[in-house]
Design a protein around this ligand. Sequence first.
Ligand SMILES: Nc1ncnc2c1ncn2[C@@H]1O[C@H](COP(=O)(O)OP(=O)(O)OP(=O)(O)O)[C@@H](O)[C@H]1O
Ligand SMILES: [Mg+2]
Length: 281
Amino acid sequence: MKLRGYSGCELEITEIGGRKCVRKIAADLSYNERLKEQKIKQVKLSIPGFRTCNVLDDGYIDGHYYFTMEYINGKTLAEEMELMELSELEDVIKCFTDVFCSYRTYDKSAGQIFENKLIEIETKINERCRGQLDESISSAIRLLREYSWDYVINSPCHGDMTMENILIQRGRLYLIDFLDSFYDSWMIDAAKLLQDAEYMWSYREKERSSNLCVRMTVFRDLLTEAILDMPEGKCILDTVYHIVLMNFLRIIPYANGSFDQRYITDTIKLIMTKIIKEELT
Ligand SMILES: Nc1ncnc2c1ncn2[C@@H]1O[C@H](COP(=O)(O)OP(=O)(O)OP(=O)(O)O)[C@@H](O)[C@H]1O
Ligand SMILES: [Mg+2]
């Protein structure tokens, strides 16, 4: 049986020693290194409150790298968001906020890393758009280039914390599909979650039930309230929304078609309004 993801990697359910497990195989040879890095991060990284699937073996099939991990008999958080009881959702969100809000020390060297990343993003956007930039995109780049990243906190980071990359089994949260991040911070993970919880990026082409919208709003509210409760919470949340803005700029060079381009531009306008008018609370 095959599972489906977005990377083009093959995921198949198999068995090792009578135990059900999942084998993830690189889509093509150029993906080998990336998948190897993913496996290393999955084995090494520990984020309190979250579990990871044990890696049982790894190797090559016809030159394609693979690793095999334990199978989690559950659903993704993305699937659960449709129907989960609100009380259960509160417990799930507490897992995130307990760990996120426990890291509080600002990293003075983060600013330079964010500035360098922004230069890279701007170069890629200019290459793709060849001078035909929407005014809101240019203003977003300016806003981010002028921002002083004084409230960035260094901490363990998943790197691609979408709701598709979290599995729930008997109330326990398992992280899968780790990714190297240009910087390690829970704020990067929180921004990724808000990209869906508030701006519905992964749901942009799907029908959104009212159940889903209610749960996404609760998710957004409880996450942002917990951040605001931290000392200097407003500055920290402001930084998280600047990272959300940065995430949408990062997608521009890869956006296909006018629907996605329009969605990104509209969302960038919304985030800018929120940041500029300080509508974080
Ligand atoms: N260990 C596991 N146990 C149960 N289901 C799994 C497991 N690993 C992956 N899955 C299922 O397969 C889906 C895709 O897996 P994964 O996120 O690793 O691949 P991907 O999305 O293709 O990768 P990428 O995000 O790198 O593009 C998951 O959303 C989940 O439904
Ligand atoms: Mg995935």
